[in-house]
Design a protein around this ligand. Structure first.
Ligand SMILES: [Zn+2]
Length: 391
C-alpha cells in the first residue's frame, strides 16, 4: 500500500496571529492534495525550524516533494502579495531531490490580483518553473511563461510606463555578450530581483551577471537567495562605491555598474541617441562631461566627482561609431540638444556621417537642466564656430 500524502507546513503560518486553521483549513489542504495526487486523504505536521521561509507547505507523495506557496490575503502593495513566493522558490531550488515540483496556490484574495504588474510577476514565476494550482478559480487570463528575455523586457517596460518611479530592476546585454541584470536589494525590490534571475536563467542562452544595486543599508540580496543564484552559475557583483572610486581614480574610461544603472533608469533600454541602433552589444554609455575632465576639475571633492561621473544625466546611449565620433569631437552637441559636425572634415566623411546619423536633435526628456549643465562643461573647451548643424 502506498503511504498517504504527507504535508509539512512551515512555521510562518503560525506567526502574526495567522493560525494555521484559519488559513490552511482542511478543505484547502484536501483541495491541494487532490489536485497534486488525486487522493483526498493526507497526514500533516508542522516544521518550526528556520524562519521566514514563506507561506510554504510541502506535500510528499510517491517520492516526489511538491513545494506549495500560498498567496497572501491582503494586497497592501503590489509587492507584498509576492513577498513569500521567492523564498519558497529559493527553498525549492535548494532541495537536492530531482523529483520535485513548485506550485502556487491562491487563497481567496481580498482585492484585484489581476493587474498588469501581477500578471507580469505570475509570468516570471511560471517561467521559473512554477505551476499554478487554482489560477482558473481567480484569474480570467491564462498565465503564459516568457519565451525570451526581450519578451520580459518589453513587458517590463510597458508596465513601467504605467508606474513611473517604480522601476527597480533592469536587464541588458553588454559588449561582451553577457546578459546583465541590475537589481535592487532592499525591501520588495529584492523579491523581483530574485525572481528575475531565476526566470531569466531558464530561458537565456547567455552567461548572466547580476549587479546588486545598493539601496539603503543593504548591499546584497538575502544569503539564501544569493547562494541559489550563485549555484546556477550566475556571477553576482555587488555595487561598491569604494571600488568604483578606485576605478575612477585609475581609469579615464570608467566601467561603472552604477553609471549603467543610472543611464538605464533615465534613458531606458540601450538605443543609440543619434541613429536608433538597438543592438545592445555595440551600445555604450557615453559621457557628456568626460571622465578625464571631471578628474581635472578644481575645488571638487572626490565624492562629487564620482557622482558626476556616474550621473544618469551625464550621458547618452551611443553606438560604437557615434561614441567614437563624439569622443574625438567630430560630433558636437549644442546646448539646445541639436547635433553638429566639424565643418572642416573631408566631404567623403561628411557624407558618411550624414548617412547614418538619422537623428539630429535629442528629445526633450533627455534635456534636463543637469544634462545641459554637462553640455556646457563639455563645450567650454570646444569652439562652437567650427561646427555646422546636421540638417
Ligand atoms: Zn549610432
Amino acid at each position: 500500500m502506498t503511504p498517504e500524502p504527507h504535508f509539512t507546513i512551515k512555521n510562518r503560518f503560525q506567526k502574526r496571529s495567522e493560525l494555521y486553521e484559519d488559513i490552511l483549513n482542511r478543505d484547502i489542504l484536501r483541495d491541494v492534495c487532490q489536485r497534486l495526487t488525486g487522493h483526498d486523504n493526507y497526514t500533516v505536521n508542522f516544521d518550526n525550524t528556520g524562519y521566514n521561509i514563506g507561506r510554504l507547505a510541502t506535500l510528499e507523495y510517491n517520492g516526489i516533494i511538491n513545494y506549495i506557496s500560498f498567496s497572501e490575503f491582503e494586497i497592501k502593495s503590489r509587492n507584498s502579495f509576492f513577498q513569500s513566493f521567492p523564498s519558497a522558490l529559493v527553498k525549492y531550488n535548494q532541495e537536492a531531490n530531482s523529483r520535485k515540483g513548485i506550485y502556487f496556490y491562491f487563497l481567496k484574495p481580498d482585492g484585484n490580483i489581476e493587474t498588469y504588474y501581477f500578471m507580469f510577476m505570475y509570468r516570471l514565476m511560471k517561467t521559473a518553473g512554477t505551476e499554478f494550482l487554482n489560477a482558473n478559480d481567480y484569474l480570467h487570463n491564462i498565465i503564459n511563461p516568457f519565451n525570451t528575455v526581450s519578451d520580459i523586457i518589453v513587458q517590463r517596460d510597458s508596465n513601467r510606463g504605467r508606474n513611473k518611479g517604480n522601476a527597480s530592476s533592469y536587464v541588458t546585454i553588454d559588449e561582451n555578450d553577457i546578459l546583465q541584470i541590475f537589481g535592487k536589494t532592499y525591501g520588495a525590490n529584492k523579491y523581483e530581483t530574485t525572481l528575475l534571475c531565476l526566470a531569466i536563467y531558464k530561458i537565456t542562452p547567455y552567461a548572466i551577471e547580476l549587479y546588486e544595486i545598493q539601496e539603503g543599508d543593504l548591499k546584497q540580496l538575502p544569503k539564501d537567495a544569493r547562494n541559489v543564484i550563485l549555484s546556477l552559475g550566475i556571477k553576482v557583483i555587488t555595487s561598491d562605491l569604494t571600488l568604483e572610486t578606485k576605478e575612477f581614480e585609475n581609469n579615464d574610461s570608467l566601467r561603472s555598474p552604477t553609471y549603467i544603472y543610472n543611464l538605464l533608469e533615465k534613458l531606458g533600454e540601450k538605443k543609440c541617441s543619434f541613429c536608433d541602433c538597438e543592438i545592445p552589444q555595440i551600445i555604450q554609455g557615453a559621457h557628456i562631461w568626460p571622465v578625464a575632465s571631471i578628474k581635472k576639475a578644481n575645488n571638487v571633492n572626490i565624492e562629487t566627482k564620482l557622482k558626476n561621473a556616474t550621473d544618469g544625466d551625464n550621458g547618452l546611449w551611443l553606438c560604437n561609431n557615434h561614441h567614437k565620433l563624439f569622443d574625438i569631437n567630430m560630433l558636437y552637441l549644442s546646448q539646445d540638444g541639436r547635433l553638429k559636425y566639424k565643418a572642416d572634415i573631408e566631404e567623403l566623411h561628411e557624407g558618411y556621417i550624414k548617412s547614418f546619423t538619422i537623428k539630429n536633435r535629442l528629445s526633450n526628456d533627455i534635456l534636463t537642466s543637469r544634462f545641459i549643465e554637462y553640455i556646457d562643461k563639455r563645450n567650454q573647451k570646444l569652439d562652437n564656430d567650427q561646427y555646422v548643424y546636421i540638417e
